[in-house]
Design a protein around this ligand. Structure first.
Ligand code: ADP
Length: 887
């Protein structure tokens, strides 16, 4: 734009010079033409006045005087005496004078000299005078006739010649007048023409000049507008960016420009800085580089350099991190300037810090994950080692039943531990991928806490830690809450397990539940788990909710754990709309506070109140005294009357005695593994004595699947696994008594999950898994299990069967050839009466909630994850295959 403007200005300047020159030239030509024209006219006029007119006047005078002279001479023809002659002579003398004067004038001014008329005139006058003088001299002597004759011969022709000559000359002068007049006209016309042309030229030049001036004015206006607009834009720019620009005049040692945002960004008055650099440096600090920065702007050799420092805002007193950059920018007309850029580094530094923190966090998280992986590897390998090792031992000692049982028990424990680890990781993964959904079921907070306490109580006892609980803010009518009690249980269990884990023997843990806010149906409940354990330092506290974080690597070795517990807890609490806060100090214990919102539920819960359990009388049979005592304590905590004996024989005696005394036990808990008489035998004997009246629960530290059939045949009603917890005791009691206590004979039947008479199609590509599945179904009295080893075979087996042959299909998902989804879709689409309704249950290792959704979307009825829990599977199969009236 500037270049264009400069070009336009240069062109306009050149134009204006040309226009001035042309104007001057025209003016000169005009002047010359006018002067020359006027001079010519003047000369013509002079010529006219001096020559033709004056000459013709003189000629006329000559003719008149000559006529006078002729008249005088003619008198001599009559009067020619001497006196007359003398008079004529005198008169002629005067006339001759006049004639000579006029003749001299004519000679001098006559323009037709070329013609020789003037000389001829003078000569003729001379001749006339000569003849007249002759006549005068002789007139007096001569006679009139002589005089007449002489006049006629010598004078009259001369007079006539003179007359003709003067006539010619007058004619000539008159012609000359005409000629001069014509010339003057020409000059006039030429002058007018020139004048017109010059006027036209002046008009054109003026128009051109005006045009070029206008153009220049417009260009100037545009230029100034452009300057203003650019200034406006620059002000917007500098007003809104966070970089300050200055132009330092190196030559003049002053500031040529300071961007207006200086004041806004650094609080430094622009006017103050306008003076020189020193004023600005007063606010800056570049530490050790102070001198270097200041002298950089004074150097002879111009450099580009940048420094970082601080600038103190004189208004707020706040110090800002800055970058101070100098650029040798312009050298114009010998003036050297530096551009100085001052940038506010606060945001950049903050971003850098954030990135560094993020990097550190990512590295830490990565390290934690690597550490977690190696820890997990160790954690997984340990039970895996037990499983593989024990399997090998069991295979080697296959004939030693006791040894094999021991191996199997250990394999069971190891598997459960493994499962717990996997569940933890799955939970975390579900939470991280937002797949975890919460239920909103009514539950009683008293019952919840009771169950919870009975679970953790034993752990605390085992560790020798005192555990107390307190519940406040609820009453009997408002103790039913709506929420996910399972997840709440998980949260409190994580916190309390940690508390137990990290509290030394003799320490104390208190669990308190307070309802602290109640607005209509909405209420907030605070759960506090407080321990007097080892506590945590601030650094650990900061990282405690991050996945895979533990206070230190030694923790895992000493206490185990995956570092996922608190992370899962925090996520669950957040998901439930609550908050979690942990306060802790090394050696001073830890206080974990969880606040959660719940709705109050109007649902009447048909649970068995603790009160109702008080009427029960329970017998515990175990060869380990500790177990007996502990179980009795747990039962007594529920206000249940408990007795215990240490062997099967004693148990049978106790039951017989009670039976005789009609103080019959309501429930018997009998350990499976006991010396002399094992639990099954004891059960059989008791049944022989008292029949089927007493619910008998077999206590087992092992998976009871193997003995379930035998135990049930012996008369057992249910099973409970070691170690015993208050909650499991409570739940078992509730389930076997159906909430109706006392030995009135209304003893709850054992849960009937038997699959008697049912035929299943089991689809599974893995032979071992197929065997397990088949075995499990047959153990539960399934009539027939048809096996299909992939989806295609499953479809074929189903297609070729009679409708109604199968009661349900157990479908693996990942299989070669055709997967479970595809097989299900094909089966559902078959044109046969049972295709749409046959229950199809997915048995898969894919345990995420999206896997559950996928199996349901494919048309299956339910999802069970591997490892398959036989009880759960049978329960589900019973539910899905039981025909209800009206079905
Ligand atoms: P972990 O499964 O390893 O227990 P958590 O996430 O539950 O994982 O806990 C992480 C770490 O937090 C623990 O390893 C321990 O260092 C620390 N911690 C948690 N609760 C307590 C507590 N009550 N007292 C002391 N340290 C605790």
């Amino acid at each position: 734009m500037n270049q264009e403007k400069e070009d336009a200005s240069r062109i306009t300047k050149r134009h204006s010079w040309v226009i001035v020159l042309v104007s001057c030239l025209i003016a000169v030509v005009f002047s010359v033409v006018t002067i020359v024209g006027a001079g010519s006219l003047n000369q013509n006029l002079d010529t006219l006045s001096e020559h033709p007119f004056a000459v013709s006047g003189s000629l006329y005078k000559i003719r008149r005087y000559m006529s006078d002279s002729q008249i005088r001479m003619g008198r001599l023809l009559q009067y020619n005496d001497t006196a007359d002659v003398e008079i004529v002579k005198n008169a002629l003398m005067e006339i001759y004078g006049q004639i000579d004067e006029n003749a001299a004038y004519v000679v001098e001014n006559y323009l037709g000299k070329d013609l020789g008329n003037d000389d001829e005139l003078v000569e003729l006058i001379g001749q006339i005078r000569e003849q007249e003088n002759i006549l005068l001299d002789h007139s007096a002597a001569w006679t009139a006739e002589q005089n007449e004759e002489f006049t006629a011969q010598h004078l009259t022709p001369l007079y006539e010649q003179l007359d003709e000559l003067t006539n010619q000359m007058i004619q000539y002068t008159e012609n000359t007048v005409v000629e001069l007049s014509r010339k003057s006209d020409g000059i006039l016309t030429t002058t007018i023409l020139f004048t017109c042309i010059l006027c036209a030229a002046i008009v054109i030049v003026s128009i051109l000049y005006r045009h070029s001036v206008n153009k220049e004015l417009r260009a100037q206006a545009a230029y100034y507008n452009d300057i203003h607009y650019r200034e406006f834009l620059f002000n917007i720019l500098s007003g809104n960016i966070d970089d300050v620009y200055l132009i330092y005049n190196f030559t003049g040692k002053n500031m040529d420009f300071v961007s207006t945002n200086m004041e806004r960004i650094f609080g430094v008055d622009c006017d103050k800085v306008n003076g020189d650099m020193e004023t600005l440096f007063a606010y800056c600090d570049f530490g050790e580089q102070n001198d270097e920065v200041k002298t950089a702007l004074e150097r002879e050799t111009l450099i580009h350099a940048e420094w970082e420092g601080t600038l103190k805002n004189p208004r707020s007193g706040k110090t800002t991190d800055i970058r101070f950059g100098i650029y040798p920018a312009m050298e114009q007309n010998g003036v050297v300037r530096y551009i100085v850029e001052i940038s506010d580094l606060t945001k950049i530094k903050k971003t850098q810090q954030t990135l560094m923190d993020a990097l550190a966090n990512a590295q830490q998280a990565n390290e934690a994950k690597s550490e977690f992986l190696s820890r997990m590897s160790h954690e997984i390998r340990t039970p895996m080692n037990a499983i593989i090792g024990m399997s090998t031992i069991a295979a080697a000692k296959i004939d030693d039943r006791v040894r094999v049982e021991d191996c199997l028990a250990k394999i069971g424990y190891a598997s459960k531990h493994l499962l717990m680890l996997i569940n933890d990781i799955l939970d975390m993964s579900k939470i991280e991928s937002n797949k975890l959904t919460l239920t909103n079921e009514p539950f009683d907070i008293y019952q919840f806490l009771n169950t919870f306490m009975s679970i953790v109580y034993q752990q605390a006892c085992e560790k020798g830690v005192e555990l107390t609980e307190k519940i406040t803010g609820f009453d009997d009518h408002s103790s039913t809450l709506a929420g996910d009690s399972l997840r709440l249980n998980q949260v409190l269990l994580n916190l309390t397990s940690n508390a137990i884990k990290f509290t030394q023997k003799g320490g104390h843990i208190s669990i308190s539940v307070q309802r602290f806010l109640r607005q209509g149906k909405n209420q907030r409940v605070r759960f506090i788990v407080e321990d007097t354990g080892v506590g945590m330092d601030a650094d650990t506290l900061e990282r405690i909710f991050d996945p895979f974080e533990q206070a230190n690597a030694g923790i895992a070795k000493k206490y185990g754990g995956s570092g996922l517990g608190l992370s899962i807890t925090k996520n669950l609490v957040t998901l439930m709309g609550g908050t979690i806060d942990i306060e802790s100090a090394p050696g001073k214990g830890t206080v974990c506070t969880v606040e959660l919102p719940f709705e109050m539920s109007d649902v009447e819960l048909s649970y068995v109140k603790e009160e109702e359990l008080k009427s029960l009388h329970v017998l515990v049979v175990d060869d380990e005294k500790d177990v007996c005592e502990h179980t009795a304590i747990l039962l007594e905590r529920m206000s249940i009357n408990a007795s215990w004996v240490l062997s099967g024989r004693e148990a049978v005696e106790a039951v017989e005695r009670a039976y005789r005394q009609e103080k019959m036990f309501d429930v018997c808990f009998i350990d499976w593994k006991m010396p002399e008489m094992n639990g099954l035998e004891t059960t059989r004997r008791i049944r022989r004595t008292v029949g089927g009246d007493i619910p008998i629960i077999i206590i087992s530290a092992y998976d009871w699947t193997d003995i379930e059939q035998e135990a049930r045949a012996a008369g057992a009603n249910g099973f409970i696994s070691k170690p015993l917890f208050g909650s499991s005791l409570y739940n078992t009691l509730v389930s076997v008594t159906g909430g109706s206590f006392g030995h009135s004979g209304a003893i709850g039947q054992p849960e009937d999950y038997t699959l008697e008479g049912k035929t299943f199609l089991a689809v599974e590509d893995n032979e071992v898994n197929m065997e397990i599945l088949k075995e499990m179904l047959e153990l539960n009295n399934a009539q027939e299990v048809v096996c299909a080893y992939d989806g295609t075979e499953a479809v074929e087996r189903f297609r070729e069967s009679e409708p109604g042959t199968f009661d349900a299909i157990l479908m693996d998902i990942q299989m070669p050839e055709m997967d479970g989804y595809e097989a299900t879709r094909i089966i559902r689409a078959l044109d046969r009466p049972d295709a749409a309704g046959i229950p199809i249950i997915a048995t898969t290792a894919n345990a995420f909630s999206e896997d559950v959704s996928a199996v349901l979307a494919a048309g299956m009825d339910a999802h069970t994850s591997k490892p398959i829990n036989m009880h759960e599977l049978c329960k589900l199969l019973r539910k899905l295959t039981t025909k209800h009236p009206g079905d």
